[in-house]
Design a protein around this ligand. Structure first.
Ligand SMILES: *Cc1c(COP(=O)(O)O)cnc(C)c1O
Length: 354
């Protein structure tokens, strides 16, 4: 048994994916070929936003969002401590300071109550200027955007949705990728919607941001790529990856149903035995991971291993515990929920062909 069975998915979609790849090989437009624009249109339609702009990976997508929001040294950007490293990395990469926030015990997502406390403490401290929040749709479940947006408005902060794991999730019919000022996702193979290499996308309803993003992703281009009006980067999605994603996106709604069936099965079988992941009323998870909490994690994981069932730990180290952020001088006591989760969570196999 595989933790995420990409081979089973490929077998299922092989004819269509192979045909799409061959079409690219035939027309030869490997960079920014017609499949890239076709995919961007279909992504925008699926998510329900005006603009989808593809790029090289989910980390670049977040970096491009930071560039558009002009995040710079002296700025504070709030993000959960219980997340993948890239969420916090992109803040520090711009020279700004990540301010970590504790998790909500029930959803594993950023805790709105703790978020407001950290914003108030940062304002009172007076050393950094609060600029933005990056909320994460951890393990596929959208963060509490109704509450987080209120806080962002109250303190005049920009809101970025890191939907690298959240593509396909929903709150009251509104899809992941459509929350906040800018949202980002990743097409890393193991994400809910993955390609066969690296890939990413940025979503926004803001026309000005969309224009800036298209410039930043191609060396800060102006009229053309040899007219450079700002410092940007080289971060495009390969045409072949776009072609693969077009077929995977077409299969995605059915896959999402299958992921939710697998999660329902787990819930029926495992509830009572562990703290199982809960989806709040009105929310849909895309189940990037199926994550359990157990105070006897190592022994539990060993039992699954004996049965040939792979398990993984996402995440055993919070951002405030990372060596790269040691100079921020955080302690575990400042993040009681996230620190406990890092010590107790483990994930079971999850994919649409389970
Ligand atoms: C995977 C991931 C990223 C980064 O995406 P890449 O495509 O690997 O660069 C960012 N944030 C979160 C929460 C992720 O899970």
């Amino acid at each position: 048994m595989q933790f995420i069975d990409l081979e089973a998915q490929y077998k299922h979609l092989k004819e269509k994916i192979d045909a799409r790849i061959h079409k690219v090989l035939d027309h030869g437009q490997y960079i920014m070929g017609p499949e890239v624009q076709e995919l961007e249109e279909k992504l925008a339609e699926y998510v329900g936003v005006k603009h989808a702009i593809t790029c090289a990976n989910g980390t670049d997508a977040l970096t491009l969002a930071m560039m558009v929001l002009d995040i710079k040294p002296g700025d504070a950007v709030f993000c959960p401590t219980f997340t993948f490293f890239a969420t916090a990395e992109v803040i520090a990469y711009e020279g700004a300071t990540p301010v970590f926030v504790d998790s909500d015990e029930a959803t594993f997502n950023i805790c709105p109550v703790d978020l407001e406390k950290r914003i108030q403490a940062t304002i009172a401290d007076g050393k950094l200027s609060p600029k933005a929040i990056i909320a994460v749709d951890l393990f596929g479940l959208p963060a509490n955007y109704p509450e987080i947006q209120k806080i962002a408005d109250k303190y005049n902060l920009k809101l970025v949705e890191d939907a690298a794991q959240g593509f396909g999730g929903e709150i009251n019919g509104k899809r992941a990728g459509s929350f906040g000022d800018i949202a980002t996702t990743s097409f890393f193979p193991a994400k809910p919607l993955g390609c066969y290499g690296d890939g990413g996308a940025i979503f926004t309803n803001n026309d000005e941001y969309a224009e800036l993003l298209k410039s930043y992703r191609v060396h800060g281009k102006g009229k053309d790529k040899y007219d450079n009006v700002r410092i940007g980067m080289n971060s495009r999605l390969d045409t072949i990856q776009a072609a693969i994603l077009l077929e995977k996106l077409a299969a995605f709604p059915t896959e999402l149903i299958n992921r939710n069936k697998a999660a329902d099965n787990y819930e029926r079988t495992l509830t009572g035995k562990y703290k199982t992941p809960q989806v709040p009323e009105g929310y849909v998870s895309s189940w990037a991971q199926y994550t359990l909490v157990s105070d006897n994690r190592s022994a539990e994981m060993e039992k699954y291993k004996e049965q040939g069932i792979p398990t993984m730990i996402y995440y055993g180290t919070c951002m405030h515990q990372q060596t790269a952020f040691k100079q921020l001088n955080y302690t575990d006591e400042a993040f009681p929920v996230a620190s406990k989760l890092a010590g107790n969570v483990f994930s079971l196999p999850m994919h649409p062909y389970l």
